[in-house]
Design a protein around this ligand. Sequence first.
Ligand SMILES: NC(=O)c1ccc[n+]([C@@H]2O[C@H](COP(=O)([O-])OP(=O)(O)OC[C@H]3O[C@@H](n4cnc5c(N)ncnc54)[C@H](OP(=O)(O)O)[C@@H]3O)[C@@H](O)[C@H]2O)c1
Length: 165
Amino acid sequence: MLPLAPNHFSSHTDSRERRTEIISTIEGKVVAITGASSGIGEAAARLLAERGAKVVVGARRSERLEKLVAAIPAKNGEARFRTLDVTSREDMKAFMDFGKAGFGHVDVLVNNAGIMPLSPMTALKVDEWDRMIDVNIRGVLNGIAAVLPDMKARGSGHIVNYPPW
Ligand SMILES: NC(=O)c1ccc[n+]([C@@H]2O[C@H](COP(=O)([O-])OP(=O)(O)OC[C@H]3O[C@@H](n4cnc5c(N)ncnc54)[C@H](OP(=O)(O)O)[C@@H]3O)[C@@H](O)[C@H]2O)c1
């Protein structure tokens, strides 16, 4: 018989304990999320803030970020936003500096910003290919470069990458 995976929950009690453990791990953590103006990034920001994280959200559509931050109740986590284009190395660095200035440091970077235009290769939408490389690859690398030195210096940190490569 195969051993159970460590995150396999055998009962509701185990599951509740694990949930409590996860929440206490998230509480107070500073989490920077790129591409949080919609979709998964926005939902992640809401959930993490609800569980007590301090979230720093970035994307190009700042009016949506402003609404998101305003909707996060103060009794839970804290949230701040900054306009961000992940394809710009300088912008990404400024985003992380903004997070540090607001909350002291960044524990987690969620490289969520990404685009997925779909078309057959034969359509030769080469501008879209370029754009995907800029956002999904260069954007992720810009994020890593902006946050890794501080994480190394502090001896801790997490980087989560979503965009399809
Ligand atoms: N949904 C899926 O089934 C699925 C599957 C596999 C992977 N993913 C990946 O998961 C991530 C989130 O997907 P989603 O479905 O939530 O997509 P979404 O709703 O389209 O959200 C994408 C986010 O990326 C941001 N973004 C795009 N270009 C950006 C740029 N240059 N700089 C900063 N932000 C930028 C957008 O914000 P602005 O337009 O405001 O900048 C938006 O907030 C993406 O990386 C996607 O590729 C999704």
